[in-house]
Ligand binder design. Structure first.
Ligand SMILES: *[C@@H]1O[C@H](CO)[C@@H](O)[C@H](O)[C@H]1NC(C)=O
Ligand SMILES: *[C@@H]1O[C@H](CO)[C@@H](O)[C@H](O)[C@H]1NC(C)=O
Ligand SMILES: *[C@@H]1O[C@H](CO)[C@@H](O)[C@H](O)[C@H]1NC(C)=O
Length: 297
């Protein structure tokens, strides 16, 4: 005996509707991401529950490089399926090494896929030179580049010369990029930068501008009573210049007759001693005159 249905027609219709609906959690979303053997999603923080239109980008595993022109991205489509993605990575060398003295040739600079056997060539950078025109490295089976030494060497600026009253010191080399210190002779101070560098000038190299060495100067020597120095009215006295004092008639000189300009610090000069004094000569028979002479001066 067949029992009568226990459900009312309305309840049966509702059940049918529930069965037709997809699972509530998957509605309008994409599930797990497609798996690739040589690439993984760049962002691994989310593994499921991607809303429609979500884009996910993959990156190649170590040792693999992206094949230009192949897509590395999937999109969650409106039917809750991921768009298609094929393998887009292949074994290859990474970016060729960057060198200080040489740059990748123009045609190789934009190369972004280098499977084994690929060669790239370098040309000397400005300021560097080499006897060979091109230097080539190859992507090896080990997926590494063959050795890439600094192919080119700096151009030479020539032997560095010092300025007048100065010289170049600490000379390690004279090639592009070299730096050489400049010092001034004793009694001269340096104006400008205390070094020169081998720098670019157009496509050639040359030493940068030299500083100058200027004599350290003293202010005029002091004037003294009853005597004078032979320096005249000159305002500035160069390092090493000297002046000599002489007393007027009937006065005698006490102290050093000559003084000379010596370096005080490395900027200013100073006289090496104090000026002498001129003292009246006192004679036994004419003390009055001596006194008189001393008073009128
Ligand atoms: C300064 O004078 C001394 C002594 O006369 C001399 O030996 C020296 O060479 C002079 N220096 C310069 C830079 O002229
Ligand atoms: C210096 O002294 C001598 C002798 O006492 C005298 O004849 C002469 O006139 C004096 N000279 C001056 C410039 O005063
Ligand atoms: C200063 O220089 C003068 C001239 O060069 C020299 O004769 C004198 O002895 C010096 N004085 C001192 C205190 O060194």
């Amino acid at each position: 005996m067949v029992s009568a249905p226990r459900c009312r027609p309305g309840a049966r219709g509702l059940l049918t509707l529930l069965l037709l609906l997809p699972l509530p959690g998957a509605r309008g979303q994409c599930g797990a991401l497609p798996m690739l053997s040589r690439a993984v999603p760049s962002d691994t923080s989310r593994t499921e529950g991607f809303p429609i239109s979500t884009e996910v980008t993959y990156r190649c595993l170590d040792g693999f490089v992206k094949i230009p022109g192949k897509s590395d991205t999937v999109v969650c489509l409106s039917n809750s399926e991921w768009s298609n993605i094929g393998e887009f990575c292949n074994g290859g060398c990474g970016a060729p090494p960057r060198l200080k003295s040489a740059a990748l040739s123009m045609e190789d600079a934009t190369k972004n896929y280098c499977p084994p056997g690929t060669t790239v060539s370098y040309v000397c950078r400005t300021g560097y030179e080499s006897t060979e025109l091109r230097h080539v490295i190859t992507c090896l089976e080990s997926l590494t580049w063959s050795e890439a030494p600094e192919f080119c060497r700096g151009k030479s600026c020539g032997v560095p010369k010092g300025p007048e009253h100065g010289r170049a010191v600490d000379i390690t080399n004279d090639l592009y990029g070299a730096r050489v210190n400049i010092i001034c002779d004793e009694g001269f101070r340096l104006l400008g930068r205390p070094f020169i560098q081998c720098v670019l000038k157009g496509h050639q190299v040359e030493w940068s501008q030299l500083p100058t060495c200027q004599a350290i100067t003293c202010s005029p020597p002091p004037n003294i009573a009853n005597g004078m120095h032979n320096g005249g009215n000159v305002e500035i006295f160069d390092y090493n210049s000297s002046v000599t004092y002489k007393c007027d008639d009937n006065f005698s000189l006490t102290g050093e007759a000559s003084i000379h300009c010596t370096p005080k610090d490395n900027i200013n000069g100073v006289w090496n001693g104090s000026a002498p004094e001129c003292k009246v000569i006192i004679t036994q028979d004419k003390p009055q005159l001596a006194l008189f002479l001393a008073c009128i001066k």
